[in-house]
Design a binder for this molecule. Structure first.
Ligand code: ATP
Length: 369
């Protein structure tokens, strides 16, 4: 079993007098055969986490275990883990075949013809069978990427670690490789930890995603769970494009009072808020509806500032108070059907459905509802 377990893993770097906590007390358990995507903004500790699992970075405290074996002090080459880097890291003077066989020749006693058979098989699996005689410089970016993957796959490791492996490819190729990588991982059933800052990759590729910020684990769960039930305001804002709308509100009885609007909430919502009064109300752009008239307390008259037509949908930027200067007014982003015609300057009614709102503690950011 290749379960991978991180228990209270911390990594600090010393930068002169300053101590940088790159990874802060992270615990997570990755199942055998699982595809875990680690995602977060630049500097959140993704690569450091991966490098500690790979044995390329020492662990300041905590343990990392592969199956029953704690691997903190096991050398990188003895961990049965293969890593694919963003830069591919191919040896330029070696052919594709040599690049793929080199690791096996170094770390195993397998006979040459067996290694050759394994490389050929992996080459075919990745559709690079024709390229085995070429040098990396004679390959396209996408082909180099496949060779880097092939080099990892041919070793038949217990764990794959991938650090932004698709980020050097153009958008179309990246989308193709996303699907192909998922298929491969699924067929091979190898436990995989995949680092990216790209939320599309996170949402579409992983069985689960682990979202990091400031070295801390914010949430680890299935992608849709993180999207629909974010653990805190950071996760809510990180996932989704355009981002969730947020408004500071203060609870007053059964109303949430914002700067420019009031929003009544029912018993179900209130029950989740406890005694907390300082809140942030969140609503996803796609949850907002444009309706006719203004008939209930969850509907607001607004002015359209900008419309961005995207074809199948429009992104509409609105502000609440129709008389207010848009520069100073509270604004809202809505994603609506592409056939709905709205123009700059229109007055519209936007509905914020109560069953779609999120509420966060304004001090801790924790999701309450
Ligand atoms: P990116 O997406 O930009 O690659 P990341 O999420 O992978 O970022 P890390 O590379 O893990 O982030 O870095 C986490 C933090 O640790 C950053 O603040 C970084 O500057 C710091 N850091 C990483 N390596 C070192 C080092 N060798 N010495 C000092 N600080 C480091």
């Amino acid at each position: 079993m290749a379960t991978l377990e991180l228990d209270s893993v911390t990594k600090t770097f010393q930068d002169g007098d300053e101590e940088i906590v790159a990874v802060d007390d992270i615990s997570m358990s990755i199942d055998d055969g699982e595809f875990l995507v680690v995602v977060g903004p630049s500097g959140c500790g993704k690569s450091t986490t991966l490098r500690m699992i790979a044995g390329l970075e020492t662990i300041t405290s905590g343990t990392i275990a592969l199956g029953d074996r704690v691997i903190n002090d096991v050398k990188s080459q003895d961990r049965d883990i293969a890593m694919v880097f963003q830069s591919y890291a191919l040896y330029p003077h070696m052919s594709v075949k040599q690049n793929m066989s080199f690791g096996l020749e170094e770390s195993t006693d397998l006979p040459d013809d067996e290694i050759s058979r394994m490389v050929t098989e992996t080459g075919e699996l990745l559709d690079i069978g024709e390229l085995l005689g070429r040098k990396p410089k004679d390959l396209s970016g996408g082909q180099q990427q496949r060779v880097a993957l092939g080099r990892a796959i041919v070793r038949d490791p217990e764990v794959f670690l991938m650090d932004e492996p698709l980020s050097n490819l153009d958008a179309k190729l990246r989308a193709e490789m996303r699907t192909e990588l998922q298929r491969l991982q699924n067929d091979l059933g190898v436990t995989t930890v995949y680092v990216t800052h790209d939320q599309t990759e996170a949402m579409t590729m992983g069985d689960r995603i682990a979202i990091l910020d400031g070295g801390e684990l914010q949430q680890i769960a299935e992608p849709l769970k993180c999207y629909h039930e974010p653990a805190n305001q950071f996760v809510a804002s990180f996932l989704g494009e355009p981002s969730m709308n947020f408004f500071d509100v203060t609870r007053d009885g059964d109303r949430l009072v914002g700067d420019v609007f009031e929003y009544p909430v029912g018993d179900d919502v209130r029950a989740n808020l406890g005694e907390t009064t300082d809140l942030v109300l969140g609503i996803r752009p796609e949850a907002i509806e444009l309706v006719e008239g203004e008939s209930d307390a969850h509907e607001f008259e607004m002015t359209v500032d900008v419309v961005e037509p995207m074809g199948d949908e429009n992104t509409v930027y609105l502000h609440f108070d129709p008389d207010a200067d848009p520069e100073s007014a509270e604004t809202l982003v809505a994603t609506i059907d592409g056939f709905t015609r709205v123009s700059e300057g229109d007055t519209v009614t936007a509905r914020i459905p109560e069953d779609a709102i999120h509420l966060f503690d304004r001090v801790t950011g924790e999701a309450l509802h």
